[in-house]
Design a protein around this ligand. Structure first.
Ligand SMILES: *[C@@H]1O[C@H](CO)[C@@H](O)[C@H](O)[C@H]1NC(C)=O
Length: 505
């Protein structure tokens, strides 16, 4: 509040000095304290769930395996059998616990459209925390209840939460951001994902919470950001664009005043108004329009391919199995764990750099740098992995570690953060919820299948599995080069004009 009043005074002073600040604010705006608060409340509460739960079962996987074996033994004793659970069965349960999170994400992703329209963006974000509390109860008490099922259902629920978050948050962020900050603020979603993956890796160390006694706490820590969000989010406004689209024009204006910390919002209001007028004639978008109308189909295909590109680039295969990759390069257990944490830290640092670069360099450029870089890195990794196994040289032994960390760094340049908010940029208000649902649902599906498929492919093809990723990266590079438009600093209407042009070609 205090900061806002100050801004207002400065503006008044400028105004008295005869400066025309009206055009200045429409071009380059700063992050106001309110915009920061809304971004912080939305992102820290939600992207946390997405990232933390992606990484949290990675470190204590051996502990969980032991627990599952014991529970199964106890159950078979209770049933009057004295059997030892088969190794395969334990592995299937473990894989289910890991991957059911992404399956939940798929379901959540597909619900984004409905949730964001019924509850609104802000209401949806608040509502979504129900899943966090149910999940934390299930996962937190699974051990004392000796119930594997509770753990699985808990992971499913937090997956649904994360799936909804992945659509709702970038949508809210892109709708509350001024034009010149849309990429930076949109990137904060991925930034907090990377921070919380790193946090989960550190807390998951055996000496902290990743041990026999404390893993239920490790898993139920998810309530902390949920509480934080429930306290902070009610103090923030609903998306002005959403309010306007629902005919609550006065509330939309007030929300915009709040976010910009000024009552001088005319130029932005004009944009919202003209976007709303432009789509009045189109009415409500249906799924069949999405697939047949080229003005919608082109951005939909781009969104789907970019989401697939993010997941099929191989990033999660690298993150999920980094420890294994390090070990298969003959590193000691300790070194492998340090490598994993170093990788997480590099991921955070580079995502932060990317969120600043994205407004200067543009979306398309960073996506291209990312995919070309990953392609080169993956080819080198395919060559280095078998060599590290057969040769004794120290330099070659550490090559895969350097390349795996390099992969994560290059991924973070653009492919990590841009797809999340690009979907919101490509669509107008009336098509945005449905398009986000489809794109986010596809992202989680791809995540799910890579998680299930990679171990199978890895055992069949060994390190040559990366040849497959390299091939896909090449295809995605070509697609981005040819099809993805630059959206930096463009209004929604300017972006849809690009697609109108493309649909005539
Ligand atoms: C198995 O049963 C024993 C005896 O009832 C109990 O002490 C132990 O905690 C159980 N193990 C697990 C993993 O629940």
């Amino acid at each position: 509040m205090a900061k806002c009043d100050e801004d207002e005074k400065i503006k008044m002073a400028e105004f008295k000095n005869g400066k025309n600040h009206s055009t200045a604010t429409s071009k380059t705006q700063n992050v106001t304290i309110h915009l920061f608060l809304a971004t912080f409340a939305a992102v820290v509460g939600s992207a946390f769930q997405h990232g933390y739960n992606t990484g949290v079962v990675n470190a204590p996987v051996k502990i969980l395996e032991k627990w599952i074996r014991e529970v199964l033994k106890n159950q078979s004793i209770a049933a009057g059998e004295i059997g030892v659970a088969s190794e395969t069965f334990v592995n299937v349960i473990l894989a289910t616990i890991v991957s059911v999170f992404c399956f939940g994400g798929m379901i959540g992703g597909l619900c984004v459209g409905v949730v964001s329209e019924i509850f609104g963006r802000k209401g949806g974000i608040l509502f979504n925390n129900i899943f966090v509390f149910v999940s934390a109860l299930l996962m937190g008490f699974a051990k004392s209840q000796e119930s594997i099922m509770m753990l699985i259902i808990g992971r499913l629920f937090i997956g649904v939460n994360a799936g909804i978050n992945a659509g709702l948050i970038p949508m809210y962020l892109s709708e509350i951001s001024p034009l010149n900050l849309r990429g930076m603020i949109g990137s904060s979603y991925q930034l907090i994902i990377t921070v919380s993956i790193l946090l989960s890796q550190i807390l998951g160390l055996e000496s902290i919470l990743g041990n026999e006694n404390h893993w239920p706490i490790l898993l139920s820590l998810i309530v902390v950001p949920a509480f934080l969000q429930l306290v902070l989010m009610p103090a923030c406004v609903e998306s002005p664009k959403y309010l306007w689209s629902k005919g609550q024009e006065q509330s939309a204006i007030e929300a915009l005043h709040w976010l910009r910390c000024t009552s001088d919002v005319q130029s932005e209001l004009d944009l919202i108004k003209s976007e709303s007028d432009a789509q009045k004639s189109a009415g409500k978008i249906t799924l069949s329009q999405m697939l047949t109308n080229p003005m919608l189909r082109i951005p939909m295909i781009i969104s789907i391919v970019i989401m697939l590109a993010q997941q099929l680039s191989g990033i999660n295969a690298v993150i999920f199995y980094s420890t294994k990759i390090f070990k298969s390069a003959n590193l000691s257990d300790d070194m492998a764990q340090i490598g994993t944490i170093a990788m997480g830290a590099m991921n955070v640092a580079m995502t932060l750099a990317s969120s600043i670069l994205v407004e200067a360099a543009g979306r398309k450029t960073l996506l291209l740098i990312g995919f070309v870089g990953m392609l080169i890195d993956t080819i080198l990794l395919t060559i280095a992995l078998p060599m590290a196994k057969s040769l004794e040289s120290d330099v070659i032994k550490y090559m895969p570690v350097v390349l795996v960390i390099g992969f994560v760094v290059i991924f973070a340049v653009g492919p990590g953060s841009i797809p999340w908010f690009l979907v919101s940029e490509l669509f107008m208000q009336n098509a945005r919820p449905m398009a986000t649902s489809i794109a986010v649902g596809i992202n989680w599906s791809a995540n799910f299948f890579v998680g299930l498929g990679f171990p199978i492919l890895h055992s069949a093809m060994n390190s040559y599995v990366f040849v497959l990723f390299a091939f896909l990266q090449l295809l995605f590079t070509i697609f981005i080069l040819k099809k993805v438009p630059e959206t930096k600093n463009k209004t929604t209407e300017e972006i849809s004009a690009i697609f109108r042009q493309m649909s005539y070609e």
